[in-house]
Design a protein around this ligand. Structure first.
Ligand SMILES: [Zn+2]
Length: 569
């Protein structure tokens, strides 16, 4: 390793400002760099990024764990708004130097390809446009985070309406649904203004970088080297052909069970058998204890990794005052440890979330074996394969005594999960098809055209729900989809990964142990191989075609039907 005087641990960067960090980049930039120096130079650069990255991550976990703590808030903001953006600029310069040496070896080819694209896409004139977009992101959060409705004399946020959407009383569900959508509709003009500006900035960024539109720019910027916009359009068609009819059958079953003439959008959340909600656990100790046993039954090595997280205080799971909302899995890149944050309250979604995030954690543990930081990360297609496959692989172990559920409940949890898997795919296709339309149709700047296009796309992918007289409410749905505003084109990855996870699940029913071993092999590759090879290592392929999709959908439907049969019947 090249000696640039790095500190021994991230704690020494905890209070750092950019002035404390810049000298290390200066030393890397000034160090002689011939091909034979590269590995030592790369090791130092990677270590520097690990140290600063971990210091910033620790600031974030401290802040989200207690948003009232002004010291960690200041540290978090210093890293996220000052240090990290400046690091990105320096990274581009160092990557350019590295590429000029012509150095390569098999395990860094993907990393170098990504560096090359980053350097090619970089435009000085886009830097201020990106920071303008960042500012607009905050505007979206502000507009939507502040929404509230009045519910029986009480002020409630939109997420707080969730339990009422599951009420057995249809009138209550309808009222909660309408109130939630009306809150967004009331902000339609400012949200459309905001989106107009985002649209304009994104198309300019693409044009500055030499692309005809923002979709094509995004495929390059997101390093989608292994599939094209045409493949994704094929994915949309395949969902329409193979998934939408299956969702129709699930919804028909639900409609009959509920004894309704048609399913309105507020009839989708209630338990169709009228059963009370599942209660997997009551205390966080039970929650963690169950998870320890579940992952130990999945695999000894993965079980040990989860135990390490519990023992080392890397799980912040319980909901408590002052915590930020939501959940995430992040990585402490220096220690090679993941960290899970969530707000568990004892509902089945908490179990799903923890199992999902644990898949990301196992990925972080296994990929940490790769020498350089940039070799460990993957795109979301591979990252979500790790987490969504774990949702399927852990399912057989959710049963008591190791897991949380009695026999009958585990059947219900399975059915709910499998139905969610199928119902998510048309939603994913519509969100992605809509964004493709926005940036390629030439009409994406027109707010009324956008709303009309959404309605048409939605009808294509969601024909089985009765939305009559609810066009405006249906339009409101896209304004609620924060990805369209804040993470453009980040959605199809979930669909690709879900179809990968279904293949992993299929393999596991034939041979569980060898499927787990392939899963671990794929995760340990980190980002060192092209995406199709990572999938192949896990025992899966990238699916864009209707025939393969139909086989997987059929498997899910048959399993749902089996699970519906009463025990002993
Ligand atoms: Zn995830």
């Amino acid at each position: 390793m090249l000696d640039i005087g790095l500190p021994a641990s991230p704690e020494q960067f905890a209070a750092a400002t950019w002035d404390d960090i810049a000298p290390y980049y200066d030393r890397l930039a000034a160090a002689p760099l011939e091909r034979e120096d590269v590995e030592g130079w790369m090791a130092s650069w990677s270590r520097l990024e690990e140290l600063v990255g971990e210091a910033g991550t620790l600031a974030m976990t401290a802040y989200t764990g207690n948003t009232a703590d002004v010291v960690s808030e200041a540290a978090y903001l210093r890293f996220s708004t000052e240090i990290f953006p400046l690091m990105e600029e320096r990274q581009a310069g160092l990557a350019r130097r590295l590429l000029e040496t012509g150095w390569s070896r098999p395990d860094v080819e993907v990393m170098l390809q990504q560096f090359r694209v980053n350097v090619e896409l970089f435009r000085e004139e886009n830097v201020p446009l990106f920071s303008e977009l960042e500012g607009l992101d905050a505007g979206y959060q502000k507009l939507t985070g502040g929404l509230w409705v009045e519910w029986e004399g009480e002020r409630k946020t939109i997420p707080q309406l969730q339990p009422f959407l599951k009420s057995p009383d249809r009138a209550v569900r309808e009222r909660a649904f309408r109130l939630g959508m009306e809150a967004y509709l009331a902000e339609r003009a400012p949200l459309a203004d905001l989106f107009d500006r985002m649209y304009g900035l994104r198309q300019r960024i693409a044009a500055n970088a030499g692309f005809p539109n923002y979709e094509q720019y995004t495929f390059a910027a997101k390093h989608r080297f292994d599939y094209t916009p045409a493949d994704v359009a094929g994915f949309h068609d395949a969902v329409e052909q193979a998934v939408v009819p299956a969702v129709g059958r699930i919804l028909e079953h639900r409609r009959a069970q509920l004894g309704l003439d048609t399913l309105r959008p507020w009839d989708l959340g209630v338990d169709p058998a009228g059963a009370a909600a599942l209660q997997p656990f009551t205390t966080v100790d039970e929650f963690v204890g169950g998870a320890r046993r579940i992952f130990a039954s999945v695999d000894r090595e993965l079980g040990d990794q989860f135990r390490t997280m519990a023992d080392e205080g890397l799980l912040d799971l319980e909901s408590r005052g002052g915590k930020a909302p939501g959940g995430y899995c992040t990585t402490l890149p220096f220690r090679g440890r993941p960290f899970v944050f969530m707000n568990a309250v004892g509902v089945p979604d908490d179990v799903n979330t923890l199992v999902h995030e644990a898949g990301h954690c196992f990925h972080a543990f296994l990929a940490h074996r790769q020498p350089y930081l940039w070799q460990r990360g993957t795109g979301s297609e591979a990252a979500e394969l790790a987490s969504m496959s774990m949702e399927m692989l852990a399912m057989p172990h959710l049963q008591a005594p190791a897991g949380y559920y009695a026999d009958e409940d585990v059947r219900r949890a399975w059915i709910e999960h499998l139905e969610d898997v199928l119902m998510a795919l048309p939603h994913i296709a519509s969100v992605d098809a809509f964004q493709s339309w926005i940036y390629t149709s030439g009409e994406g700047h027109d707010r009324d055209a956008r709303d009309r296009a959404w309605l048409a796309i939605r009808q294509r992918f969601e024909p089985h729900v009765d939305w009559s007289d609810l066009d405006q409410e249906r339009v409101a749905r896209w304004y609620r989809q924060l990805h369209i505003f804040q993470y453009p084109f980040y959605y199809i990855e979930y669909g690709i990964a879900q179809l990968g996870a279904l293949q992993v699940w299929r393999n596991s029913m034939a041979d569980y142990t060898s499927t787990i071993n392939s899963y671990k092999t794929a995760l340990a590759l980190g980002g060192t191989r092209p995406l199709p090879e990572i999938y192949r290592a896990a025992g899966a392929t990238l699916v864009f075609d209707a025939a393969t999709m139909a086989e997987l959908v059929d498997l899910v439907e048959r399993r749902i039907e089996q699970l519906r049969e009463p025990v002993g019947g």
